[in-house]
Write a protein that binds this ligand. Structure first.
Ligand code: FUB
Ligand code: ZN
Length: 606
């Protein structure tokens, strides 16, 4: 059976992602805490009913994700100050938790009579994030207090929802607790938590519950029972968290119907509803998945949390299927639609990650009607009123190394390429596996084993698979290594042009530029305004210039643009100005002030 190789067994020792992990440890974790302190989120844990600042319904979850991130950091390296901050928050939780086990900031301070009356008020979502934080903290420190508090809370939820059934709704409006309960089960061995997760998954979509005017049941993935859901629908973060829990249960309960639903949901996403950056959720209305091929660039929603949630779903699908396509998607998200959420200085965040920015559109006069054309923000910001994304980044980056490997009794699957060291038990032997690589600066990856023999099954990335000469199984090449052996693979990272399915009318006639796993974009700050008129020369070689700032090369390529004209309309002309177009990694856009930006370019000669 395929098993996770937990983040704690693998250290990222250098390279691209070590820099990002250092940035999060050195800057982001404190920056997010400071903004949460300024906005009242931290003090809200004191549950002071006389405080002027009233907690929002999902503040618990914001802080819980931050605590979870700190737990991962502590596991890697002790930090007394950070640990003391988490302990102080746990003190507050302990002091304010009800005798019955209940804990929620909003319903303790603002609406004590309203417990479990409103499906859309995120109580179980907050509970789930607190449980995930408690598990991570227990695993990092061995301290049980937080875990025990959250077990007591889970017991209370079980009693109210599953045993007494006296709540106004049966399943939560925002999924999260389903996957958290699986983690709680794994940390404690208490099977009731797995069964409670199954209860919430099984009950969803079996009855009409808690619908409000502005939403319909698909918004909460409640339009059908889980096993009959084959298309990704509704609020994207809720959806991918739900699908992650479905995959968790499919694996642990050997539930073939759930597994089939997960496979079909994933296929629907990657064939019809995912941007080239790995972002998902194309509509502002309901922060949602829409119809197939509806992937607008200027008004993409592509929430950072949805990108992270799709990684969670894909990672679980890897455990279920051993198919490299899931690791391909993870890689696409990591280098693009996820990483764009974090500024280069580590302090600011995108909630939406657009694939095109035209600043002029933001300054148009808008009539009341035009306001419905909501545009994503053009610059990252330090905190949001709904600040779910920043702490999700805080917990995601320190736990990244858990995405590199999975294993079964005899083999180690290598899914991601990061300079790293892991000590694992393979076939009953303790084996150290070391990756030496600058990927994706260059495409060379060396993997060596010491301490024992191991069979490595190494993912050949989708972009390199067509030219790989060896035998592949589900996208993996197999190598049998003895103690001390090392293999080296070199992936061709020559920049390539990618086109979208013809049904994606937003991208018709246009190409994206990709180099290995990294999507590139143009910004006006490098290319002048009106990027939509620039035509890259098809067949021209891309030049690469190393950029310390991006940790990757900048690309330059021959291009054309039309000459400026005074006429609004004129006869078609072949007159063009030859220029050099400059492209930077998409993830780094919007770090030099507001600028036009685009991912899909015209190409001359098509
Ligand atoms: O509701 C909590 C979070 O806020 C969701 O996950 C986000 O999509 C946003 O709606
Ligand atoms: Zn978010």
């Amino acid at each position: 059976m395929i098993q996770r190789v937990d983040y704690s067994k693998v250290s990222i020792t250098g390279g691209f992602w070590r820099q990002k992990q250092d940035l999060v440890r050195d800057v982001t974790v404190q920056a997010v805490y400071d903004r949460f302190k300024d906005t009242g989120r931290i003090d809200a844990f004191r549950c002071d009913i006389n405080s002027e600042i009233k907690p929002h319904i999902f503040w618990d979850s914001d802080v819980a994700k931050w605590m979870e991130g700190v737990a991962y950091l502590l596991r890697e390296q002790p930090d007394d100050a950070l640990q003391a901050t988490v302990e102080a928050l746990i003190d507050c939780i302990e002091e304010n938790q009800g005798e019955d086990g209940y804990f929620n900031l909003y319903y303790t301070v603002v609406e004590p009579e309203g417990r479990y009356t409103n499906r859309d008020c995120h109580e179980l979502y907050c509970a789930g994030h607190l449980m995930e934080a408690a598990v991570a903290y227990y695993e990092a420190t061995g301290k049980r207090r937080f875990l025990d508090l959250m077990c007591k809370y889970a017991d209370y939820i079980e009693r109210r929802f599953k045993i007494d059934r006296d709540t106004a709704f049966v399943t939560p409006g925002h999924e999260e607790i389903e996957l958290a309960l699986v983690r709680l089960y794994e940390a404690t061995g208490e099977r009731r938590y797995l069964e409670l997760s199954r209860f919430f998954v099984d009950e969803r979509g079996t009855r009409a519950e808690g619908l409000t005017d502005w939403s319909e049941s698909r918004y909460h993935q409640s339009h059908l029972p889980a096993r009959e859901q084959f298309t990704a629908e509704g609020h994207a973060v809720r959806a991918v968290y739900f699908y992650s829990a479905m995959a968790d249960l499919a694996l642990r309960l050997q539930d073939e119907a759930l597994k089939t639903a997960c496979e079909r949901l994933f296929e629907d996403i990657i064939r019809h509803k995912m941007y080239v950056t790995g972002g998902v959720g194309s509509s502002f209305v309901g922060e949602a998945f829409t119809m197939p091929y509806d992937l607008p660039n200027l008004i993409s929603y592509t929430e950072s949390c949805a990108a992270i949630g799709l990684v969670f779903f894909a990672q679980r699908m890897l455990l279920l299927t051993n198919d490299a396509k899931y690791a391909d998607v993870i890689e696409r998200i990591l280098y693009n639609g996820f990483l764009s959420a974090l500024s280069l200085d580590g302090k600011a965040f995108f909630y939406c990650n657009p694939l095109e920015i035209i600043p002029a559109l933001h300054t148009r006069d808008r009539s009341a009607k035009q306001k419905s054309l909501t545009l994503p923000q053009m610059q990252r910001q330090e905190v949001f009123e709904c600040s779910c994304c920043p702490p999700n980044i805080v917990r995601f980056v320190p736990s990244l190394s858990g995405l590199i490997y999975t294993q079964d009794e005899t083999s180690l699957y290598v899914h991601q390429f990061m300079e790293s060291r892991a000590t694992l038990s393979i076939g009953g032997q303790s084996v150290t596996v070391e990756q030496k690589t600058n990927y994706p600066t260059d495409g060379r990856v060396s993997i060596g084993v010491t301490g024992g023999a191991a069979t490595l099954r190494v993912r050949i990335p989708a972009y390199a698979r067509a030219t790989y000469e060896g035998k592949l199984e589900n996208g993996y090449a197999t190598f049998h290594l003895m103690d001390g052996d090392e293999i080296t693979l070199t992936f061709d990272l020559t920049p390539r042009l990618t086109e979208a399915n013809p049904n994606v009318f937003f991208d018709a006639g246009r190409c994206a530029v990709e180099r290995g796993p990294v999507v590139y974009c143009m910004e006006a700050v490098d290319n002048g305004a009106n990027l939509r008129d620039i035509r890259l020369c098809r067949g021209a070689a891309f030049e690469e210039a190393w950029s310390e700032t991006y940790g990757l090369p900048i690309l330059s390529v021959a291009a054309f643009r039309r000459k400026a004209s005074k006429d609004l309309y004129a006869p078609i002309s072949d007159e063009r100005e030859a220029i050099t177009a400059h492209l930077i990694p998409y993830y780094a856009f919007a770090n030099r002030g507001i600028s036009e930006m685009q991912v899909w370019h015209l190409v001359e000669g098509r």
